[in-house]
Design a protein around this ligand. Sequence first.
Ligand SMILES: [Zn+2]
Length: 539
Amino acid sequence: MNVHHAPLAHAHALDARLLIGALIVLGACAPVDAAELEDPEAQPQAAALSTIDCSERSDFGYRSGTPFDIRVVTVDGRPVELETANAYYVMALAAERDGVELAIVSGFRTMGEQEYFYDCFVTCSCNDCNRAARPGYSNHQSGHALDLNTRAPGVLDWLNAHGADYGFARTVPSEVWHWEWWGGGPGGGPCGGCIPSCDGSVIVGRDCGRGDCAAFGSRCVNDGLGVRCAFAFCPDRGTDTFCVDDRVIGTCSDGAVSTGDCSAFGSRCVDDARGARCAFFACPDTGETTVCLDESRIGTCRDGAISSGDCAAFGSRCVADGAGARCAFYACPDSGETTVCLDERTIGTCRDGAISTGDCGAFGAYCSTAGSGVARCVSSFCAASAAAVPVERDTCLPDGRIVRCTSDGALLEPRDCPSGTACFLAEPNARCGSALDGPPEPDGTDPNAPSADMGSPDGGAGRGAGPSSDAGCGCRAGGSERTGGPLAPALLGAVGLCVLRLRRRRAARRSATAPRQDASASPARGSPPHCDPSSPLAN
Ligand SMILES: [Zn+2]
C-alpha cells in the first residue's frame, strides 16, 4: 500500500513535465446518452482530505459497450481509473490550498455495478429510482466520470470556477455532482509506473517509456522545470539564439530548440557579441547605416536588421555615395549645395539632395534663373517676369523713391528724390526730375543720378522697364536686398509703402502752397507725378 495524505511534497516532486510520453490519450469523448446513476443523498458531508492509493489492479472498462483493459487505483476509498485519479488528485490538492475539500463519492464502476443501478432505474425498486445509463455505456465504466461531494460547503462553486483548469467538466446538466476528465489540466499526479527521470542521456517517462535525447543531439535535463531533452547548443533554461549555419538560426527555449531560415528573408545568420540574429543582405553585421534598396526605396540598418522607407513618396529618389544613402529631392543634385526654382515664386535650397524651400513671392519677388542660371529671388521691381533677365539699373518705387537694382535683381537701399522732384522711369535708368521741367538733362549735377550718362530724357521709354505696369500707382510690396542671400531681402511692406506715399503727398501739397514755390510746378491733386497716369511725363 502506498497511501498519501495531502499535501505531499512527494506529490509535488512528481508533478514534473515530460517531453516524452507523459500524456496518455484515452480516446474520443463518448457522448452521454443517458443520465448516470447518482445518489446525491449518499454524499458524505465534511469528507476527510483526499487520499490516494497508487496500488494498481486491472479490470474491464467499457466504452460504447466494448470492453477494454483498464488500470484502477484507489482514491478516497473508491476505485478510480489511474490517469483520471492523477488528474483528480492534482485538482484536489489545489482545492485544499483554497480551503475546499473535494471527495469522490463514486468513481469507476464494474459491469455488475452498472447493471444493478440500471435495473433499479428500470424497475424503480431500488436506488431511489434514480436514472442510470445502459450497462457498458456509462462513463463511470470508461473510467472518465467521477461523482463528487458537491453538497459540501464551497465544493460546487470551486469546481465551477476552477474545474476546467484541471481538465474536468460537467457533462450531465441535471447532475451537478457528475464531472468527467478526458485529458487536459497541468498534468502530474502521484500514480503511474515510473517516476520521470534521466538515465544518462535517456529520458524515462511516467509511462516508463524511454527515449535517448542524444539521438536528437540533446542531453537529458531534470530540474525544477521537469524532465526533458535539452538541445546541445541550448542552455538548460531561458531563451537564446545561435547560428546553425550561415542561413539557419536556432532559437532555444528552456532547452528546446526551433529553427528559422534567415535566407527566406534575404538575410544571413550572424553570431557575435550581440548574439545570433538574421542580418539583411544589404546591411552590415553591426552598427547603424542607410542603404538604397532600389531607385526609390531606402533602408535603415541597425545591427543587421532593416526597416525601409519610400523616397518616392516624397518626390525623391534614393542615392548612395561616400556620404551614405539618402533620399534626394527630384529637383536637387545628389550632392553639394545649390539653389533651384520649384516654380515662379518658390525657391529651394539643396544640400546633398535634401531640400528646404522659401517663398520669393512673399517678398514681392520671382524665383528666377534668368541671366545667371543661378536660382535666386529677383525683385518684381527689377524684372517684369521670372523669365526676364534683371539688369543693373535704377528704377522707381511706388512711394516715389529711386532705388538701384543689382544685376541679380536685388534692390539696394532706396533714396529720396530731392525736394520738388520725383522719380521718373527712363532708359536705361530712372531718375529724379521736376514735373514742370521734365526729367533733368544728364548734366551730372543731379546728386541722385547714379551716373553722368543717364541717357535720353524721354521718360516714356522707361515705362516698359518698370517692375510692372501698376508698379507706379498701386500699393504693393517691394523688396530690397542688402546681404545678398536669396531669401534675405529687407522688406518694404505694402503698408509701409503706402504710409510713405501718404507722407509724400502731404509734403507735395505743402510745397504746392509754399510762396517760394511755383504752384504750377506741382501736380494739382498733389500726387507724385510718376503716379499720375495722365501726366505727360509718365507717358
Ligand atoms: Zn456520475
